[in-house]
Write a protein that binds this ligand. Structure first.
Ligand code: PMP
Length: 393
């Protein structure tokens, strides 16, 4: 039976990682995979995470099961980090296996509530969104998002696309730090997105995977909070992988904001049921690290300070790269790199130009020209800038 299985298309980003590893050239630059790296190329364990782990190790006296939704401590701490007090009495939530698990469970919840829902996703979006939707056989359509000329949000086209959503459909939005483009709506544009949702009756599902990586912990949640205040029903899939640097602990949360108590109770029950059918209890270790940090003033302050260092490091690299490109190209056409937010920027290069940068300069970025800003450091920025100009981007 198992011999009947068909080969799966390899994950492009993981394949690129393999190619990078096999490259023996000195000074090769990995801008592919989406993990934060410090200027020495390390993805560090954050100080507060280490301290929380020690605290847990010293005090934990059982590893018995928690609950199907995870611990209340974690869910409350996350609700307040993400929503900052908004919609406090409207939240149903469950811990999930990373942000990916939250997205999958969120889409399963949608399917349970309305099997005919069409999911509207940005073009482009994180490839795993599309892959999960295809795997589930859930109907989806793309709405325009990226303007390849300005490398900003094609907002008029986006709004027109969102206007096609129907009541009972779901609009998948990146709460901040859009992956893969790095281009994000302004506050006014977010208001218009909320107005469009109010008009069509489509339900927003917000993927929040980079809170704290863009403009700050609260600023990055501002659009989510505004939508949570305005719309009766909102789904939020949040990940702790990046902002706590706990990628492999698989820590995420799915929140469903509901219009009334009955819908909240039904959602809570359905989400716990979905966890039961997939993995029973969500992983606890990462969730416990997060709640330990967020409920301890000193740990929380230290974590915020380190997260801010991470954010400012990436912003500094953006500014340096934009300036370098300004002087090398003699134009301001690369200024968008400084305006983008989060770990990624889509350069807008052709696949041939991306291939040329790999061949000539050992620079590895994803084929759609998404580059991970955190893969750079002060010394590699000028190398990349030169390669971009030489490739004729
Ligand atoms: N959403 C987006 C847009 C992402 O980029 C990622 C991570 N690459 C995730 C969700 C999920 O992250 P994780 O499952 O590792 O928590």
């Amino acid at each position: 039976m198992l011999g009947n299985l068909k080969p799966q298309a390899p994950d492009k980003i993981l394949a690129l990682m393999g190619e990078y590893k096999a490259d023996t050239r000195q000074g090769k630059i990995d801008l592919g995979v989406g993990v934060y790296k410090d200027p020495t190329g390390l993805t560090p364990v954050m100080r507060a995470v280490k301290a929380a782990e020690q605290k847990i190790w010293e005090s934990q006296d059982t590893k018995a099961y928690t609950g199907l939704a995870g611990t209340e401590e974690y869910r409350d701490a996350m609700a307040s980090m993400v929503l900052g007090g908004v919609a406090g009495d409207r939240i149903a939530s469950v811990g999930t296996v990373g942000g990916t698990g939250a997205i999958r469970q969120g889409l399963e919840l949608v399917r349970m509530a309305n099997p005919d829902a069409v999911i509207h996703v940005s073009d482009p979006t994180w490839p795993n969104h599309l892959s999960i939707l295809k795997f589930m056989g859930q109907q989806f359509v793309e709405y325009p998002y990226f303007d390849n000329d300005t490398r900003g949000v094609a907002f008029e086209a986006m709004l027109e696309g969102l206007g096609k959503a129907k009541q009972g459909d779901v609009v998948l939005l990146h709460g901040c730090c859009h992956n893969p483009t790095g281009a994000n709506p302004t506050a006014e544009q977010w208001d218009a997105v909320a107005a469009s949702l109010e008009k069509t009756g489509a339900i927003p599902m917000i993927d929040l995977a980079y809170q704290g990586f863009g403009d700050g912990l609260d600023a990055d949640a501002a659009a989510t909070r505004m939508i949570a205040e305005r719309l009766p029903e909102v789904l939020i899939a949040a990940s702790c992988s990046k902002n706590f640097g706990i990628y492999r602990e698989r820590t995420g949360i799915l929140m469903a904001l509901t219009a009334d108590n009955k819908a909240r109770e039904m959602s809570q029950g359905a989400m716990a049921y979905l966890n039961r059918q997939t993995y029973s209890f969500p992983p606890d270790h990462g969730a416990r690290i997060v709640s330990t940090i967020l409920t301890d003033e000193a740990l929380s302050a230290d974590w915020k300070a380190e997260l801010e260092e991470v954010r400012l490091t990436m912003l500094g690299l953006r500014t340096q790269l934009a300036e370098e490109l300004r002087s090398l190209s003699g134009t301001d056409k690369f200024d968008f790199i400084a305006d983008h937010r989060g770990m990624f920027s889509r350069l807008g290069a052709t696949p041939e130009q991306v291939a040329r940068m790999k061949e000539d300069s050992a620079i590895y970025m994803v084929g759609d020209s998404r580059l991970n800003i955190a893969g750079l450091n002060k010394d590699s920025v000028p190398v990349l800038a030169r390669a971009i100009v030489e490739a004729g981007v």
